[in-house]
Write a protein that binds this ligand. Structure first.
Ligand code: GLU
Length: 428
């Protein structure tokens, strides 16, 4: 039955399991199981052909107990309110686990950005802000990029907000472009953070990273920087990535047994994130089916694409050699697949811990915006490494102390922090 759960039901089911283990009171559960607020709206956009098209937009603010809501905006054709609800909920846990003073939120627009011109995208971004500007702000809710959105889009949104409120407010949104209020290191941050947690997990498992190989699903922002950092920080090899092909409307796995060159693949990826197949084949890459990445004989799997990719079906292809799964994406593993990992003793770094590097760097960005003083890349990466390291070990300690799966341990750390904040504020 879990195969049919939508992402929000999946997030609630994960929460309920831990709420039972923690014996959480019913009012605390009621507050945390559902979002605090939701916005559903229409965004009218004048298209290049002169016609008016209306897009459906959302913002879900799950919790502001620990600080302003925080989380990305997705532009995706298959966006649903339940996906946004789930992602907003996971942002609350993510900020709590990373110990940054922020709550959880997420936004979305049902659209296919690859079909929009630059001007249409800009008008859609400005249109989103026109609907939401009274309910976002540096001390209310701070959006950021996610699937289908880019630093340039954040720049337009920041500009629209600043115009509407009548003063320059870079801290209203993060993931902005460099020179436009963005932080050094933000683009690489999520992938970099993923690999910091892998480094610590390999140490814990007593595995020498240099002897490992890893298979990555996806080749978006998270996957690209995870692949680049894996080689530099761990010293192991990445044997494949997978990628959406915008022309064929399907994904492929790009493999090279002696290790892919992520920088080369980046250089042949177009603006829609599609790797040029002909150039990859010419460089010796094998092109396989979308799910081939999950069946690779590797020690480490990094699902870094979209939710639900590791499910009851695909998990059957996972090799016995896999010791570690690092969830670069949000919600990539369904409860069914989780059960199998638990049973087989696969070590899992749960999404809201593993990919917390992005929002942590977003937090650094907003701190720099508030100070109007910007840090060097070295300073950002060093602070990021430290935060991710501490977060990983806090969850690991919880998992050892309570003898629970890493996902449940991460929930325990997060729920504890959010509940404490609610108590301190007199809500409970
Ligand atoms: N969209 C990213 C995430 O899911 C980053 C959110 C942010 O920076 O606010 O963590």
């Amino acid at each position: 039955m879990s195969a049919n759960l939508n992402p929000f039901e999946m997030a609630q089911r994960q929460f309920d399991e831990v709420a039972d283990q923690l014996d959480l009171s019913s009012d605390t559960r009621a507050l945390l199981r559902n979002p605090l607020r939701e916005f559903h709206f229409q965004i009218p956009v004048r298209m290049d052909n002169g016609q008016l098209k209306t897009f459906r937009g959302y913002r879900v603010q799950h919790s502001d107990a620990r600080g302003p809501c925080k989380g990305g905006i997705r532009f995706h054709p298959a966006e649903t309110i339940d996906t946004v609800r789930a992602l907003a909920t996971w942002m609350t846990w993510k900020c709590a686990v990373a110990d940054i003073p922020l709550g959880g939120g997420k936004g979305g627009v049902i659209c296919d950005p690859s079909t929009l011109s630059v001007g249409e995208k800009e008008r859609l971004c400005r249109g989103w802000v026109k609907q939401m500007w009274r309910n976002i702000g540096p001390r209310i809710d701070v959006p950021a990029p996610d699937v289908g959105t880019t630093p340039q889009m954040m720049g337009w949104m920041m500009d629209e907000y600043s115009k509407l409120v009548g003063n320059y407010t870079p801290g209203v949104i993060t993931g902005k472009p460099l020179g436009g209020g963005g932080s050094l290191g933000r683009t690489a941050a999520t992938g970099f953070g993923v690999v910091v947690t892998i480094r610590e997990a390999l140490k814990h498992l007593g595995i020498n990273g240099k002897n490992t190989s890893c298979a990555i699903q996806g080749f978006g922002n998270v996957a690209q920087y995870a692949a680049l950092t894996y080689k530099d920080m761990i010293g192991g090899k990445v044997v494949c990535v997978s990628c959406w092909d915008n022309a064929d409307k399907k994904s492929y796995t790009f493999s090279k047994d002696d290790g892919i060159d992520a920088a080369f693949l980046q250089s042949i990826t177009d603006q829609y994130g599609t790797i040029n197949k002909a150039k990859a084949i010419e460089a010796g890459y094998k092109i396989e089916d979308a799910d081939a990445w999950i069946g690779k004989d590797v020690e480490v799997l990094i699902p870094a694409a979209i939710e639900g990719a590791v499910n009851g079906e695909t998990v059957k292809r996972v090799s016995k050699k896999v010791r570690l799964v690092a969830e670069g994406a949000n919600g990539p593993t369904t409860p069914e697949a989780d059960e199998l990992f638990k049973k087989n003793g696969v070590f899992l770094i749960p999404d809201f811990l593993c990919n917390a590097g992005g929002v942590t760097c977003s937090y650094f960005e907003s701190v720099q915006n508030d100070m109007n003083f910007y840090w060097s890349e070295e300073e950002v990466m060093q602070k990021l490494d430290q935060k991710m390291n501490v977060a990983f070990h806090k969850v690991l300690e919880m998992s050892k102390a309570r003898k629970v799966y890493m996902r449940n341990a991460a929930y325990m750390v997060a729920i504890d922090a959010v509940t404490r904040a609610m108590q301190l504020r007199g809500w409970l």
